[in-house]
Design a protein around this ligand. Structure first.
Ligand code: NDP
Length: 341
């Protein structure tokens, strides 16, 4: 069983090649109440950097990740050999799930129904990413027809869904993304009304030009200079959902202070324009998973909500793929396939 674990040194800044070590051990044997599973897809997400920095989870264990797996041997009620499951194997080929196996509180293993969607989507649009977008956009920001909605990291895992959800509600949706190909995808494939590049030297002016007469909803994934370009454009009584602040994740504190400062509505414009600032934590919406699926799965199946994945091949590619995702060299939701589906 091959797996990636953290090197002994503290994790600081952005991940480097020597942040992770590839190890090999025995394939674990399930006890009563557990199942042995083979990892198929490993989901790579920005929050994993926080877990690595904090060394969340058992020492020496595979780095945490949500996964799609297949059960090889089950001693766990409700799960049988051959079942496809959502679980949290992490960066490893094989792992146990069930009783006594560490996992983040709300990430409960569940059996997947292949008729609902592709199994890889269980760690994406039909899983935590769909729930994040649905909670932050529909339940929190609640855009109205013809309102102007801006979504940053618009071609990424969460952003592509969040923007399309706002389109479903009749809003005018503007994306912010990196490379030209991503901006083109956001408008031509996802159907956003416009997309500007944060790589443009005239980002603020570019954004202002397509956001007249101002921004009603901002779905924040990035922070940094992207936020600075959005800030002066907020309309009176606008709403901002803080989903993530990826531009700050390499800071010494991983962006924690920046998030707290925004939540305190530290910017004068928040007060003069009465902007509502809302903090999104998807774990608080675990109870809305079925509601999200009932809404989103039919839209995805019918092709009314599109969803792009960037699937890399092989366990050994994980650290490189992870670093690429963090710096924008992914295109769509980043996954690594470690065994056949
Ligand atoms: P993405 O697939 O969007 O990947 C991250 C993208 O962010 C990159 O591809 C890049 O796209 C963009 N990016 C990275 N650095 C910068 C930068 N300095 N300036 C501008 N853009 C940058 O990741 P996810 O969809 O998984 O996550 C998006 C956000 O949502 C993250 O902040 C994440 O932490 C947050 N999140 C929050 C959750 C919650 O519960 N609150 C749950 C899940 C995710 P580009 O090339 O376009 O710049």
């Amino acid at each position: 069983n091959r797996y990636w674990t953290l090197a002994d040194e503290p994790v600081t800044g952005w991940p480097q090649q020597d942040t992770f070590v590839l190890k090999e051990g025995a394939v674990p044997v399930p006890a009563l109440g557990q199942a042995l599973t083979r990892t198929i897809y490993v989901s790579l997400d920005p929050y994993q950097l926080y877990y690595q920095r904090e060394r969340t989870g058992p020492e020496g264990a595979p780095c945490h990740a949500r996964t799609v797996s297949q059960i090889i041997e089950s001693r766990m009620d409700g799960f049988a050999a051959g079942d496809f499951v959502f679980n949290t194997n992490g960066w490893t080929e094989y792992a146990l799930m069930g009783e006594g196996v560490w996992r983040p509180g709300y990430m409960v293993p569940r059996k997947l129904d292949a008729s609902v969607g592709r199994i890889s989507q269980a760690v994406g649009v039909l899983g935590m990413l769909g729930l994040t977008a649905y909670a932050g956009m529909n339940l929190m920001a609640s855009p109205q027809p013809n309102e102007i909605v801006v979504v940053s990291a618009a071609s990424g895992g969460v952003g592509q869904i969040a923007g399309q959800l706002a389109k479903q509600r009749g809003a005018r949706v503007i994306g912010i993304a990196g490379r030209d190909a991503k901006c083109k995808f956001v408008t031509d494939d996802l159907g956003f009304d416009a997309c500007v590049s944060h790589l443009s030297p005239t980002l603020s002016a570019d954004l202002a030009a397509v956001c007249q007469p101002g921004i009603d909803v901002y779905f924040e994934n990035v922070g940094g200079k992207v936020f600075e370009a959005v800030l002066p454009l907020f309309n009176q009584a606008a709403r901002m959902t803080i989903c993530g602040l990826i531009a700050h994740y390499g800071d010494e504190d991983g962006g924690v202070d920046r998030r707290a400062a925004l939540m305190k509505r530290g910017e004068p414009i928040f007060k003069t324009r009465d902007v509502r600032v809302m903090n999104l934590s998807v774990s608080e919406f675990a109870g809305q998973h079925e509601e999200m699926l009932a809404y989103l799965a039919p839209l995805v199946k019918a092709g009314k909500v599109k969803y792009r994945e960037d699937i890399r091949q092989g366990l050994e590619t994980i650290p490189t793929a992870f670093a690429e995702m963090l710096r924008g060299d992914s295109f769509g939701k980043m996954l690594v396939q470690v065994s056949p589906d």
